[in-house]
Write a protein that binds this ligand. Structure first.
Ligand code: NOJ
Length: 565
């Protein structure tokens, strides 16, 4: 597979705009705030920014509920602010990726406001409407990702509409060509203003199994979220059409969020010959700590970290897409907690564990995504009480405490939320140790992590052990090293519960990436045995400076990238 596209050598930085940098003191991050930090991002070395939704929105789901796709929400600034940001980013060689949320809109969008009025207006079929069952109940037992039924009754039409997420986020009807045309039009609109590509929200959900068959409910669940929620029969037809209409002619990069994708079916999205998307975000490796047998809400019953499972999942994707497509590489985003708190160590070994996880991720084939704050080792918010959460996943669950569907006490929910909730990633960016971490001069929209006096950009960059500095080196290496882009992956020691070790082979030469992802000291005997005669000939990057050879044990969270010979 050719590896000459800009995004194959790129590192993309995700900005969660509400929490990045507030320029006007209203407590909410904004576009001028992002523009003010472009030099910082340039110093980090990233090639593109992906900005989570900034369009007009009632913010029921933090902007993933859009009521006007073409107008910037005044909380974040104006369209002119965005055009300025794009110009300034481009002037620094940074591309701009926007979020395309087209599986659903806000219920406040004019399309939905019209659609709900009657069964026979222009917008009637923009959404997915079904008649009630004879007893008046919902058309099927499909559940919403945020809890409860995925169907909501609309008295005006005397019908139910479908919503995979909150009831304020009705799903668009992609069967209707008018919907698809409207989506392609808005993509062209933003291209005309300089946008370089798209991150596509729940793109695997846009084609529905339109007869909505009931899920079998072995445990008697009332509402179910399952396989039928993704990969509907016309999905690839729609994506090929979008590619023909917009992505190819306007040369836009695309990365689709694809719940339900597997290492095997992902090829259907990203095999270049199929002309669909450049990359997809999978959930496979993020789900290794989800307990499939747990009661609702499953998300809040996480299992202990299992490195063997993580390696299996990442390796399966590396192997399946090699020569067939392109991977995304991520541990964090606005929907995931901080990786060092989730699977690593955010205390004594915070620097080591942040850099170790970064090393094993950025050493893989694919495009790495860095989520704001990951580059300084920000941690989960251990200082939140249940009342501090804004994330609808937590607040909806909290409302159900004490009901029969909930298997959690308030104390257990809080512990789970501190471990896994999305707000762990959404706390404001920690710039320095001044009031409100330098994020705002006002009242921050979400509580700031209380560790900001010690964990912040200014402090990190002054330290010898600087996570930022390590990311700079990793990113620079990705730009330079062709073997990182094109080299073949081979996992070593697949069953080792502490070491993540693999090689990349390119043009007859071999590089080793290894990390001890545990707080213990680990012998390298097994590693040396599999490497045989091969020894380190050059160290390219390491988070413990003393090492020169492999014969000493690996220290807690020690990681390195080396050339073998
Ligand atoms: C995925 C987004 O990443 C998430 O934040 C959002 O809640 C859902 N899609 C619904 O848009």
């Amino acid at each position: 597979m050719a590896t000459s596209q800009w995004w194959q050598k790129a590192v993309i930085y995700q900005i969660y705009p509400k929490s990045f940098n507030d320029s006007n003191g209203d407590g909410i991050g904004d576009l001028p705030g992002i523009t003010a930090k472009l030099d910082y991002l340039k110093e980090l070395g990233i090639d593109a920014i992906w900005i989570s939704p900034i369009y007009t929105s009632p913010q029921v789901d933090s902007g993933y509920d859009i009521s006007d796709y073409r107008v910037i929400d005044p909380r974040f600034g104006t369209n002119a602010d965005l055009y300025h940001l794009i110009d300034e980013a481009h002037a620094r060689g940074i591309k701009v990726i926007m979020d395309l949320v087209a599986n659903h809109t806000s219920d406040q969008h004019v399309w939905f406001q019209q659609s709900r009025q009657s069964r026979d207006n222009y917008f009637s079929d923009f959404y997915i409407w079904r008649d009630p069952q004879p007893d008046g109940s919902a058309p099927s037992n499909w559940g919403s990702y945020f809890g409860g039924s995925a169907w909501e009754y609309e008295p005006l039409r005397q019908q139910y509409y479908l919503h995979y997420f909150a009831k304020e986020q009705p799903d668009l009807n992609w069967e209707n060509p008018l919907v698809r045309t409207a989506v392609y039009d808005l993509m062209r609109f933003w291209k005309a203003h300089g946008v370089d590509g798209w991150r596509m929200d729940v793109i695997s959900g846009i084609s529905k199994f339109t007869d909505f068959p009931d899920y079998p409910t072995p445990n008697g669940e009332q509402f179910v979220v399952g396989d039928l929620h993704a990969n509907g029969p016309r999905l690839h037809e729609f994506l090929q059409e979008m590619n023909r209409e917009v992505l190819a002619p306007f040369d836009m990069m695309s990365v689709g969020e694809a719940p339900g994708s597997t290492a095997r079916n992902a090829r259907q999205f990203v095999d270049q010959t199929r002309q669909e998307l450049n990359m997809v975000f999978t959930f496979d490796h993020m789900d290794i700590d989800a307990d499939p047998m747990a009661p609702f809400p499953q998300k809040f019953h996480s299992l202990a970290f299992d490195l063997v499972k993580l390696k299996q999942s990442l390796s399966e994707w590396q192997n399946s897409l090699f020569n067939h497509g392109w991977n995304t590489l991520y541990f964090e985003n606005h929907d995931q907690p901080r990786v060092i708190s989730r699977w690593g160590n955010d205390g004594q070994y915070r620097y080591q564990s942040a850099t170790a996880f970064a090393t094993v991720l950025h050493g893989l084939q694919g495009t790495p995504y860095v989520f704001e704050g990951e580059e300084i080792g920000m941690t989960n918010a251990h200082n939140f009480t249940l009342a501090d959460y804004n994330d609808i996943e937590v607040t909806n669950t909290a409302k159900m405490l004490g009901t029969t569907v909930m298997g959690l006490t308030a104390t257990e929910l809080l512990a789970a939320a501190q471990q896994i909730s999305r707000d762990n990633a959404r706390t404001p960016m920690q710039w320095d140790n001044s009031a409100n971490a330098g994020f705002t001069t006002g009242q921050p929209w979400l509580k700031i992590n209380s560790n900001f006096p010690t964990i912040n950009v200014a402090t990190d960059r002054q330290q010898t052990q600087s996570v930022f500095n390590y990311y700079q080196q990793l990113i620079a290496l990705r730009h330079d090293a062709e073997w990182l882009t094109a080299g073949e992956y081979q996992l070593l020691l697949s069953n080792d519960p502490q070491l993540f070790a693999y090689t990349r082979t390119y043009a007859g030469q071999v590089w080793l990436i290894v990390a001890n992802l545990s707080p213990e000291i680990v012998a390298t005997t097994a590693l040396q045995a599999v490497l045989g005669e091969q020894k380190i000939t050059q160290l390219l990057l390491q988070n413990y400076p003393e090492r020169q050879r492999l014969d000493a044990p690996l220290q807690p969270y020690e990681a390195l990238i080396a050339k073998l010979g």
